[in-house]
Design a protein around this ligand. Structure first.
Ligand SMILES: [Zn+2]
Length: 245
């Protein structure tokens, strides 16, 4: 029987750095945006706020505690670290988080247009709740509101601000972020020429059963990972994190 070992801390940092670069490459983030992985009850890895997302490396990932104190790393986390710690506090099952300010998803929130499931991959996170507040998630109170808005789901939107996705590992959180933005773009474009077809609850359920698999998520990650064009560099297999808390 083969044994899949949990990724090391350096592997997890590399995944986060890759995740940032992939998100930037596919226009989900720009010079802002952050992603994190929980490595213990009171420790998370997160990119530093000041890093250049296009060139992110393991040196751009720091370790903080749940109060945002820097435990290890060369610079501070983003001011919105509260978004991450708030969700981790509320959700023991969440091991990774992506926060972005993506255009298409945010357009929907600007005009009160609810996120609709208009293509299969985008339907697996439906429904996507909305935090009806435009402020940054930079304090405990607003972070708790966001966590409550997210509930037990995997994605949420923030009015005229951005999006958050969560997962069992960074592969999952990344893939859901990409799916959500693609769905929002398709919904927006379809609205220009008519009323987009909305997947029924049964179609959403069927899509989730078919598409929510580790192998398909891995394939999506690998698709975007290959676009970085540096396959020869250190590239750990992003296996599901099994670090005990
Ligand atoms: Zn933000």
């Amino acid at each position: 029987m083969s044994v899949i070992e949990a990724p090391s801390i350096v592997d997890l940092k590399q995944q986060l750095a890759d995740c940032l670069r992939m998100l930037e490459k596919c226009d989900v983030i720009d010079y802002n945006g952050h992603c994190s992985t929980r490595i213990a009850d009171d420790r998370i890895l997160i990119n530093i706020g000041s890093c250049q997302r296009t060139l992110a490396t393991v040196d751009d990932i720091c370790t903080i505690d749940m109060e945002g104190n820097l435990i290890e790393g060369r610079a501070k986390p983003p001011l919105e670290f509260h978004l991450h710690t708030g969700i981790y506090r509320a959700r023991a099952d969440v091991r990774a988080i992506v926060h972005a300010h993506p255009r298409w998803s945010t357009f929907l929130t600007m005009v009160g247009q609810p996120y609709l499931p208009v293509y299969a991959q985008g339907s697996i996170i439906y429904p996507v709740p909305l935090l009806d507040n435009v402020n940054s998630i930079n304090n405990i109170a607003i972070a708790d509101r966001l966590a409550a808005t997210l509930g037990t789901g995997s994605a949420a939107l923030m009015k005229s601000h951005g999006a958050v996705t969560v997962g069992r590992d960074i592969v999952e959180a990344f893939v859901l972020a990409v799916y959500m933005e693609e769905n929002a773009m398709r919904q927006h474009m379809a609205l220009q020429i008519g009323k987009p077809y909305e997947f029924s609850p049964g179609e959403c359920k069927a899509a989730k059963e078919k598409l929510w698999t580790e192998s398909l998520f891995q394939r999506t990650w690998d698709h975007y990972r290959a676009k970085l064009g540096d396959a020869g560099m250190h590239a750990p297999q992003p296996v599901a994190a099994t670090i005990s808390s």
